[in-house]
Every structure is written in structure tokens, then in C-alpha cells.
Design a protein around this ligand. Structure first.
Ligand code: SOE
Length: 385
């Protein structure tokens, strides 16, 4: 079987989800080419070695430029903070490597465009990992919309809520620094919701937004220390938080629908509450990632006496991706979405097809996110040409 050598950059939380998927996708799905876990790159050498030992990467590297220049690498997988995405993705595409990149795409529309242009110019496959598109229940939502079961869409109501920085002592991790992350939950979480909204409802043409910061200063994080969700190694010295803590948007879609988006890391009790509702002329849909195997569906076509939201457990073999896993009712989890992404990415390479979301989708979503930041700053509505 043809082999595709993978070089992954970044060994954190996302690197773990990706490593697991690169290792196991071939065991559950039929692939025309086998991904080979060739090199893990992390600027912390002992961490890279540990990662390689745990996950089965064949070799380690500490300089991403050397990895990108390596002739035997076919795929570059980017799992590092957002400020590094553009340079790595452009260099990888120019070297003819297919690019699998974590979200959000980059720090700006300009950077996203550079990534898209480079990938299109060299003809490599480019993929932006908004993993939630690859939940079977989200695929079911898409199918019901495409089959006309929801009718004309009136509303998108989205929320992505977490609570891992409510404690003012939580350290200033890179996600709270504008120069590294670009923005706070607006880029981290709203980027996912905008991706889902574009996928399920359509293109966004106008935005109004409000953003705020609740905790202005935080203890400086130790180098190589804590990252998202872990708060143990804070120092006494404090520094400024340079991103927003919450970002709310109202948008208009090209098809006339109206949408709202709430993104915050200040919702106690909400751990990874990635939620949306879609209301249409024939029915409604509701999805909550913390119940990711389920989709709530309301149909106005049901007789009045039997109308009500029903919960579909999307674990039948007729639901996308499910047949390769377990029998009905044997639910899947967060990590499975990453496997689905790897499978579709390998298929895109072997069949010479495009995969979505890609850098074009990332660029369009970034236009909405950037527009919202401008709106929050000026107090005015932003309309996209
Ligand atoms: C942290 O907020 C984070 O890991 C996001 O960056 C991911 O995209 C999301 O899936 C879970 O939360």
C-alpha cells in the first residue's frame, strides 16, 4: 500500500488528539494510503522525545524549518499556537507538502489569504481542522437541511461556552496573549461556531459585535508550563491579559437568516458547551457537543398531536462515519472526529479531491471574525462586500 509520511509540529493537547488519529484511523477505516508517523517536531527536545515514545513517532526534530525541508515528508500537520500557522503553512505548501492545520486559521485575513494562495498555487491538499463538522450528529443536521426537512432557515443561535479561566489566578497562557492567539474566545471558540454556521446555514454577509474583558491581569505562566485547562504552575509576577474574555456577535446571512453567537470562557459549569439551534419554516434542530451523539429534531410535518422535539441517537450505520466504529448505541467521543478528519484528508490526497473546511473556508470565516472585532471597536455594523 502507498505510504504518506507525516511530520507533525507541536506536541500539546491538539498534538495528542492528532497523534491518536494518525495512529488509529487505518485500523478502523479503509484507506488507499497508509499514514506513517515519521517525525514529531517540538522546540522542547525532551518533550518531543517523550511524545515520540508515547505515540510512536519514528523520529524527533526541534526546528520546524528543517522538518518542512525534509524530502521524505508528504504531510505537514500544524498543532502549534496560531501566530506560527502562516509561516509554517506557507513554507510547507511551497515545499509541496499537503497541509493539515489546527484552527483558528491564522491571526488575520491577510495571513489566511497567504496560506490559501500558497496552497492553491502549489496544488497541495489543505485542510483546516474544525473538528466539530465531523460529528455524525452534525452530519445528520446537514443531511436534514439538504433534504429540505428544515425548510427555509430563519435563525442560527449558537453558543460556545467554557469556564477554565474564571479563577483570576489562572495563569497568562498563550491563549490569553493577543500576539500569539490573535483574540480570546472569539478566535478560539467563535471560529468553530462560524465554521458550523457557514457549513449548515450559509455565507455570512454582515456582523455587529460586543466584546469585553473581565480579568485585566494574571500571573505569568511558566515557560513550558501550563496551557489551556490546567492552572497549576502560576508565578507571583503578573502581566496584562491582551485578549477579550467574552465575544458576542449578531450576524446576517446571505440567504436572509439572522444569527447570534456567544463565546466565553466565563460560564461556570460549561466545560466544552458547543451548542447551536437552527430554526426553519418546516422544523428545528438543536445540537450540544457535550451530548455529541445526539441531535434534537422538531418537525412541523408531524401531526399536531405528535409534535415535539425528538432526540435522534446518531449511532446507526446509516449515520456518516459510524459504520466503521461500533454497533448502534455504542457511542463515540471527541477523539473520533479527529480520526474522521484524517480519513477524509487521506482520501482527498489519494483521490485528488478538495476537503472542507480548507484554507478558503478559514479565510472566509476569518473575514467574519475580523469584521466582528472592528465592529466591537467602533460600535458600528460591518458589511462584507
Ligand atoms: C480550548 O479552548 C479548546 O481546546 C479549543 O482550542 C478547541 O478548539 C476546542 O475544541 C476545545 O477547547
Amino acid at each position: 500500500m502507498k505510504k504518506l509520511n507525516v511530520g507533525m509540529i507541536g506536541g500539546g493537547f491538539m498534538g495528542k488528539a492528532h497523534s491518536n488519529a494518525w495512529a488509529n484511523a487505518k485500523r478502523f477505516f479503509h484507506l488507499d494510503a497508509e499514514p506513517v508517523m515519521k517525525v514529531i517536531c517540538d522546540n522542547n527536545e525532551p518533550a518531543a522525545k517523550q511524545y515520540a515514545a508515547t505515540w510512536g513517532w519514528e523520529a524527533t526534530e526541534t526546528d520546524w524549518r528543517k522538518l518542512v525541508a525534509q524530502k521524505d515528508i508528504d504531510i505537514i500537520d500544524i498543532c502549534v499556537p496560531t501566530d506560527l500557522h502562516r509561516d509554517i503553512a506557507v513554507a510547507a505548501a511551497m515545499a509541496g507538502k499537503h497541509v493539515f492545520c489546527e484552527k483558528p486559521i491564522a491571526l488575520s485575513v491577510e495571513q489566511a489569504k497567504a496560506m490559501y494562495d500558497a496552497a492553491e498555487k502549489t496544488g497541495v491538499v489543505h485542510y483546516l481542522n474544525h473538528n466539530y463538522r465531523r460529528c455524525p450528529a452534525v452530519r445528520l443536521a446537514k443531511r436534514l437541511i439538504e433534504e429540505g426537512k428544515i425548510g427555509r432557515i430563519f435563525h442560527w443561535r449558537g453558543a460556545y461556552l467554557q469556564d477554565w479561566i474564571v479563577d483570576p489566578q489562572f495563569p497568562l497562557v498563550w491563549q490569553l496573549r493577543q500576539e500569539r492567539a490573535g483574540a480570546g474566545p472569539h478566535f478560539d471558540l467563535n471560529s468553530h461556531s462560524v465554521d458550523l454556521a457557514r457549513y449548515l446555514v450559509g455565507e455570512i454577509t454582515t456582523v455587529v459585535a460586543m466584546m469585553t474583558n473581565f480579568i485585566g491581569e494574571r500571573p505569568v505562566a511558566e515557560v513550558g508550563g501550563p496551557t489551556a485547562f490546567s492552572a497549576k504552575t502560576a508565578q507571583k509576577k503578573k502581566d496584562k491579559v491582551t485578549v477579550e474574555d467574552a465575544a458576542f456577535m449578531v450576524v446576517g446571512f446571505e440567504n436572509g437568516a439572522l444569527g447570534s453567537f456567544d463565546a466565553t470562557r466565563f460560564a461556570p459549569g460549561r466545560k466544552n458547551y458547543n451548542y447551536f439551534e437552527i430554526y426553519g419554516s418546516k422544523g428545528s434542530l438543536a445540537f450540544n457537543f457535550e451530548r455529541m451523539n445526539e441531535l434534537e429534531v422538531f418537525s412541523r410535518d408531524d401531526p399536531a398531536y405528535a409534535q415535539g422535539f425528538k432526540t435522534i441517537l446518531a449511532t446507526e450505520s446509516s449515520h456518516q462515519y459510524v459504520a466503521s466504529w461500533w454497533p448502534p448505541g455504542h457511542i463515540i467521543g471527541y477523539e473520533h472526529e479527529f480520526h474522521h478528519a484524517v480519513v477524509d484528508f487521506i482520501h482527498a490526497i489519494t483521490k485528488g479531491e478538495k476537503i472542507e473546511p480548507n484554507f478558503h473556508d478559514g479565510m472566509k470565516a476569518m473575514q467574519v471574525l475580523e469584521g466582528a472585532m472592528e465592529s466591537a471597536k467602533t460600535g458600528r455594523r460591518v458589511i462584507f462586500a
